[in-house]
Design a protein around this ligand. Sequence first.
Ligand code: SAM
Ligand code: SF4
Length: 354
Amino acid sequence: MGLCRGVGNAARRIPLRALRESPGGRAASSASAPATKLRVRNEEDSEVAAAAYVHLPFCNKKCFYCDFPVVALGETTPDDARDAHFEGYVGLLLDEIAAQPRARPEVPLRSVFFGGGTPSLIPPALLARVVDALDAKFGIAPDAEVSMEADPGTFDRQKLSAFARLGVNRFSVGVQSFDETLLAACGRSHNLADVYRAIEDMHHVGPASWSLDLMFGLPHQTPEVWESTLAEAIAADPPHVSCYDLQIEAGTPFDRWYEVGRAPLPAEDAGASLFRLASSLLTGAGYYHYEISNYAREGHECRHNYAYWHNRPFYGFGLGATSHIAGHRVQRPKRMAKYRQWSPLGAAFGRRPS
Ligand SMILES: C[S@@+](CC[C@H](N)C(=O)[O-])C[C@H]1O[C@@H](n2cnc3c(N)ncnc32)[C@H](O)[C@@H]1O
Ligand code: SF4
């Protein structure tokens, strides 16, 4: 998501400390962040929900730093068992969407964000059912931004084109690092060859926009390794880049293995200089630093984030997702068993999960 990390769970990656209380807000670096100017589009000024976040929680395996609501399928799970997971979950999503009353006055969605998890794992035919349900219930504006988080190694050109045909016009590619050792140290399910293939596929299919997600402050990540990742990212020529400062989340393997501010993690001032390095290289390469973690070429800022940043209402569907409708923020359960029980009644009546 690029940061464009969808409403609901996506919002959790909004890294400004000031937004920490927003849906699961993931704070970022910090200290020495430059004051960045947000360009707000007038068309986003509506107080009626025109954005929807849909959480697709499946991943091949769980990364060592991740605390998002994720269902790790296991890399050896056979396709039919995977399909059963996807189908069951899409059924829950459809129930939830059907039970969600439309906000008034009725406006079509101008932004839809499929966040995860790894949404690009889902078969396009199943995503089509979710897109159709959203369109039937709310309408999707012809010029809507429809984003999807996509991890290297989980799609090919054919699948990407199928998503594009369904209307997905922005992909957020979770690269994280161009260093093979660091990818393995983070527990990523993809390697560097997958990353280069994913970038080639993006250029081949040519969606209206796409982003590279990177992380800094990783264990053993030197300034030189970070600089080389940034150089590779710039060479890949994406219209948008997100750079997230690693957050050590309670209960993750990284939380057990490392201590914030101590080697092999960077000291706080070293982390700040990694942030400055990103800002200087990316702005030097023509990217506009429009939000603390986000850089875009003109016109490629993520529309979806504005709903969070400007406290606008938004729909949220799926495991752990937050919605903000009629002044009520509702977070769905983060565990699948509880979410199953909760959907769709909680969505219909705005009940908070117990
Ligand atoms: C939850 S992931 C979902 C998308 C995709 N599965 C992926 O891993 O890229 C979205 C983004 O959040 C960021 N992220 C996840 N956990 C993080 C953490 N603990 N600290 C900082 N950023 C994190 C990563 O950059 C990732 O691209
Ligand atoms: S692939 Fe993304 S969502 Fe899945 S475990 Fe890794 S960071 Fe979390």
